[in-house]
Design a protein around this ligand. Structure first.
Ligand code: AMP
Ligand code: MG
Length: 411
């Protein structure tokens, strides 16, 4: 059977429209990290909300003649308090960082530039600038401005902003549900004995771990299924109840690669079955009768690892409501030449090397798509574009720092 290959970009573009968001729900602020915001977060007041002292010191009404005469200290303003005294000419108030600067004062002279005298007086030997050491009301953000746009993947620093606008209940998108199925007569689970021709199922457990890492909690593990039509179809039907069904193995063109046929028999509409990319090539994507997405990855562990981040994760993140769902590359030079014999695009695994102030990409020698031990030493993947059979040392490549930290380039 001959299957026509499309480019990696065409493949992703043809499946992305199927990745639709679910309804939104509310989580409380401590649970918001790792979720995708479902509504713009708006400033409920100006930031800062009042003219704020940026230094400990003395608030004065600026005249340009601060150095000429001593001032009388008319009171003290601490953060969180309001000063309501009367100020005469040549009066100042002692003020602490973070306090609201009371009218009519417009300038703060830091304590280091003040000489405190006896009987409540102070001298300012250094000339002052009008408005110095005061953060103006609204100088950071004006009330009503969008602080965090909907579709943002929330991380810890967003929690500070959410807190500052009093958003305790945070609207987020419900994550898609995901089913994971491993196929192969040769597979046993990690807790079982692996003898003779049997190998341990690492793909499913990698996928479950990677999904967990990315914040997908409604994940159904369907276990290992034998390469048997009836058994595979029964598991597929179970998996189709989820928004995503991810199948490992059985999508190639070998005698026991029955997954695409079984999917078709279960009503899954094929979108693609071959991508001009290495590792991978036989990758199946389809639409389930219920509107979900089915992705079949070849059983090779490195292909599963690469395409979790490069192919599946963008779909999952888009379906989670994230506006930035594609991995972001950084452009870095190669330490050594890299070869691509595949004729399509190649994702090679690599790690970063820092030498003499420069960060460069080192390709990790691998024995092929089955070499997951080498793959686990990688920090990311880099691209050898379609049509390039050889990249010389020093060539700038697109490096995706995805390994081990799937969301380090979060949107
Ligand atoms: P397949 O795509 O089913 O032809 O499998 C390709 C290769 O990946 C074979 O060497 C399989 O033994 C191996 N493989 C398949 N499934 C898994 C799995 N779940 N964990 C580890 N290796 C696997
Ligand atoms: Mg197989």
């Amino acid at each position: 059977m001959r299957i026509m290959a499309i480019t990696f970009e065409e493949a992703l573009a043809s499946v992305l429209p199927l990745a639709r968001t679910r309804e939104m729900c509310e989580v409380s602020l401590p649970d918001a990290v790792g979720e995708v915001l479902a509504r713009d977060v708006i400033a409920d007041r100006n930031i800062p909300p009042f003219p704020r002292a940026a230094m400990d010191g003395f608030a004065v009404v600026w005249t340009g003649r601060e150095t000429e005469r001593p001032y009388r200290v008319a009171g003290t303003v601490n953060p969180g308090t309001v000063w309501s005294g009367e100020a005469a000419e040549m009066d100042c108030v002692r003020i602490m960082t973070g306090a609201k600067v009371p009218a009519p004062f417009d300038t703060v002279i830091q304590i280091e530039n003040a000489e405190v005298g006896r009987e409540g007086t102070v001298r300012f030997p250094t000339p002052a600038r009008r408005g110095q050491n005061i953060a103006r009301e609204g100088e950071d953000v004006l009330r009503g401005a969008v602080l965090i746009p909907s579709g943002t993947y929330l991380s810890a620093h967003h929690v500070a902003t959410l807190s500052s606008v009093g958003q305790w209940e945070v609207p987020v998108y419900k994550r898609p549900t995901v089913a994971v199925l491993a196929t192969g007569d040769e597979l046993v689970e990690p807790w079982e004995r692996a003898h003779g021709p049997m190998i341990r199922n690492s793909n499913a457990h990698f996928l479950l771990a990677a999904l967990k890492h990315c914040g997908f909690r409604e994940v159904r593990y369907l276990g290992i299924v034998r390469d048997d039509r009836e058994a595979v179809m029964a598991k597929i039907r179970e998996g189709l109840a989820c928004d995503f069904l991810v199948v490992s193995g059985g999508v190639s063109v070998g005698d026991v690669d029955i997954v695409p046929d079984c999917l078709a028999a279960c009503g899954v509409r094929k979108i693609l079955h071959k991508i001009a990319v290495k590792p991978g090539k036989p990758i199946f994507a389809g639409g389930s009768p219920g509107g979900g997405i089915v992705i079949g990855l070849p059983g090779n562990p490195v292909a599963v690892m690469v395409h979790f981040s490069m192919f599946l994760r963008p779909l999952l993140l888009k379906a989670s409501g994230a506006t930035e769902y594609l991995p972001k590359p950084i452009l870095l030079p190669l330490v050594e030449e890299a070869i691509n014999k595949s004729g399509g695009k190649k994702f090679s695994i690599g790690r970063l090397e820092k030498k003499g102030g420069e960060t460069r990409v080192v390709e990790i020698p691998s024995h092929g798509s089955g070499d997951f031990v080498s793959a686990s030493r990688a920090e990311g993947v880099f691209e050898i574009p379609l049509g390039a059979s050889h990249l010389p040392a020093g060539e700038i490549v697109r490096f995706y720092p995805i390994w081990g930290n799937f969301l380090s380039h979060e949107g």
